[in-house]
Write a protein that binds this ligand. Sequence first.
Ligand SMILES: Cc1ncc(COP(=O)(O)O)c(C=O)c1O
Length: 489
Amino acid sequence: MKRAPQGILPIIAVDRRSQVPLYRQVYEGYREAIVDRRLRAGERLPSTRSLATELGISRIPILSAFEQLLAEGYFESRVGAGTFVASSLPDEGPPSDARTPVRGTPGRRVLSQASAVLGEGLPLAPWQGGVGAFRMNQPAVDQFPFQVWSSLVAKHSRNPTRSLLTYGDPMGYRPFREALAAYLRTSRAVRCEADHIMVVSGSQQALELSARVLLDARSPVWMEEPGYAGAKDVLTMAGARMVPVPVDAEGLDVSAGIERCANARAAYVTPSHQYPLGGTLSASRRLQLLDWAQRSGAWILEDDYDSEYRYESLPVSALQGLDRDARVIYIGTFSKVLFPALRVGYMVLPPDLVPRFMRVRDAMDIFPPTLFQAVLTDFLTEGHFARHLRKMRQLYRERRTVLVDSLQRELGDTVEVLGTQAGMHLVAALPKRFKDRQIAERAAKEGLWAMPLSPCYLEKATRPGLILGYGGTDAARIPEAVRRLRKVI
Ligand SMILES: Cc1ncc(COP(=O)(O)O)c(C=O)c1O
């Protein structure tokens, strides 16, 4: 390592053995010296020849570095006088245009209040992030038809059409929306045309977009109590004021909602499979909810996240199909039925809201990535999706039965098992004296990723319990995992 002497030459060093090219080392050395203010505006630089001699390297990399520093405005050359640190660079303190008196506190790092409502970092509780038994929201990804999938990905990547490479429609890839519309009409009783479907990066983005279009700061929004924290987070961050509305065996208690806040701007609901308790919104509650929305001018955010998996009957029809006043924003996702890392979901919009949603979407992220929409189009239209659903329904039914039997055998009357008819999770409700967070923390140490029920409440939890996912847990592992859970409890 050779060092240029201090005094006429600044302290820059070059290392001939480094992987970093010499011109880059010289360039960075000078740039840092200027940024660190070891070199000041207007100071003269050595000639490239003397610098080359001092550093013991050829002049060529030095010339390249100087050229770059001149081009970027760190250096300036004066005809006949040589090269200098640019005189326009600030000589003292912060940049000159910031030195005029300004309001505020120097050095303060001001962040938005909206982001502060969620606190810092990810709320990674001990029961999240592991891959052990009962992990929530985890489909059986090992059962995914990778062969078919990879051949479709290869087909679309090898010979991409122009539409796969250029800017696309903010609503999403048209053929995919056509395939989705056909699926939703026949399988979910959703009233829709491709024109009203917007493809999003999952339910989370659908909620964020809905908040931007439909809500104002402090707009009251009904939230199921207990409910889905992901929805609460994104709507709260958007400025909504969450109004907890209790849930019972018939789903959201609409009368209680009207009593608490009749003029709410919107209601977030999971009618087909209430998250987390697992109930189904009854027909009378559905009609009551739609009637309230129509009379009060409220919007309904229907999160239909996993209703494809229903074990004792056909999937429950979507609330959206009953809506005669275009009040429901229907939200679906491929996170449960395929895999969450896909980040593909969709929303069915009331037709009159389409232009506004489109405009906002265009301003947010312009349009969704096209490749996987093209792959999914084939996956749906060639019948692979329906086949996969049938296979998974069978598999999850078996896992659920083993889990329910094991819970009854091991924990008997200690737990009340709720929400077994659908989805990929159930709730083992505990007597009031139990502390579900502590149990979940201890279970996590045993490699069991059971989520406590109490954090799903906005207000004080009325009931402790554990939310047990079975989608990603092999039937053969379940009895032993439940035995371990019993010890923890
Ligand atoms: C109630 C509910 N809605 C939606 C989702 C899926 O969200 P996303 O589509 O953003 O992956 C989940 C998954 O955890 C969920 O539990």
